[in-house]
Design a protein around this ligand. Structure first.
Ligand SMILES: [Zn+2]
Ligand SMILES: [Zn+2]
Length: 389
């Protein structure tokens, strides 16, 4: 099989895996192999592994697997951090090895040899900042300041004590069972960072996502420009149209150009496809977190809001149904015209009107300000301790 066919198969398999992983649970894929791949990737694989180990090694094998799982998922560990470093290092290594000999090229200046290195180093610095900075640990020293900085909304948060840390939990904080500490304005525990994402390091995390998204776009565009430069250097279009007599139009030339690129620059094409897919994933992830930042919500709170709103909706529906039953019995006594009852709003429609009242949302400008300049780094925060004590 030719190299180009291997690359086409690789691209299709990667696309299938990404689509199955991200969208396999959608109703449109119900009962298809995409749904089965999704199940396999999101837990099914682990079930099969457990069953296999159980049949081969019995309970000792299962216990070994469960202790590895406990170490990987429930204890702080640097496995994903090392994988990040390996992916970044390998991608940069292959980019340098395959493409630096063509810089400077027709479309790309020589400065990009250094710009790319600086861009990667900035990415690593943001990674280190997110991994090793304090996420906003709540302790006996600063709990009073956090309590005054984040008032209880009495919807999602009310005064409670953390049973492990034995301190009052400030609103928006959560006890992370992996790090074993309470974290202010808790977003989530990030395995890639081996750290919680909270009040103090959310800004580094957002910067990390945005920078790596831009880095992938930059890498894809730079390799694309190198390949475009090679087309010009070898006068490929000229040769194809003059010597091979191919019509000088995009549709006629494109398959021949793609075939030439795949056979001569397969590593670069592979890198471009990989960077483009990762940039899409990062764009989605950054978009989600940027939306949370603009609305002053955390990942932890989106789940809490979902639970709260569905509970409120059910409560309203139950009330509306009870009222509809009462009204129904009254209507039997005084019958309404057919037209009137046809256009009357269903009592259940009112139940849909449950709104989220997030008291921490102070308008997007102040919300962004709170991420960039966390409350606990402000003068007013330090003063509030003196005031309370
Ligand atoms: Zn705690
Ligand atoms: Zn944590």
């Amino acid at each position: 099989m030719g190299v180009e066919w291997v690359l086409v198969c690789h691209g299709l398999v990667t696309l299938l895996v990404v689509i199955s992983f991200l969208c396999g649970q959608w109703p449109i894929f119900q009962g298809t192999f995409v749904e089965r791949i999704h199940y396999f990737l999101t837990g099914g694989f682990y079930d099969y592994l457990l069953r296999l180990v159980d049949s081969l090694c019995g309970s000792r094998g299962i216990n070994a697997i469960l202790s590895v799982e406990y170490f990987c998922y429930h204890r702080p560990n640097p496995i994903l951090q090392l994988i990040y470093v390996a992916i970044l290092g390998a991608t940069y290594y292959f980019a340098v090895k395959s493409s630096f000999s063509y810089i400077p090229g027709y479309y790309l200046g020589g400065s990009h040899r250094y710009i790319s290195l600086v861009a990667v180093c900035i990415g690593v610095v943001l990674f280190i900042l997110t991994c090793f900075s304090d996420a906003g640990t709540v302790n006996t020293e600063n709990v009073s300041q956090y309590l005054s900085a984040y008032p209880y909304d009495n919807i999602l948060y009310s005064e409670k004590e953390c049973s492990t840390c034995r301190i009052t939990k400030p609103a928006r904080s959560k006890h992370c069972s992996i790090c074993n500490r309470c974290v202010a304005r808790f977003d989530h525990h990030c395995g890639w960072m081996n750290n919680c994402i909270g009040e103090r390091n959310n800004r580094f995390f957002l910067a990390f996502l945005l920078w790596h998204f831009l880095l992938c776009i930059y890498g894809t565009a730079a390799i694309g420009l190198i390949l475009a430069g090679r087309l010009v250097d070898f006068k490929v279009i000229h040769i194809l149209t003059v010597y091979y007599g191919i019509e000088n139009s995009f549709l006629s030339l494109a398959p021949h150009v793609v075939q030439w690129l795949l056979s001569s620059y397969n590593t670069q094409i592979l890198l471009m496809v990989f960077l483009a897919i990762v940039s899409l994933l990062l764009a989605g992830f950054f978009g989600y977190h940027a939306h949370l930042c603009l609305t002053n919500t955390t990942t932890n709170e989106t789940f809490k809001w979902q639970d709260y709103l569905s509970w409120q909706r059910k409560l309203k529906e139950a009330k509306a149904s009870a009222e509809a039953l009462k009204a129904g019995s009254r209507e039997r006594k005084a019958p309404q015209s057919k037209w009137k009852s046809f256009f009357r709003r269903s009592p259940l429609e009112d139940a849909e009107a449950v709104v989220k009242t997030n008291m921490y949302d102070k308008g997007w400008v102040r919300n962004v300000g709170e991420i960039l300049h966390p409350l606990s780094t402000r003068q007013s925060f330090r003063r509030s301790k003196v005031h309370i004590n």
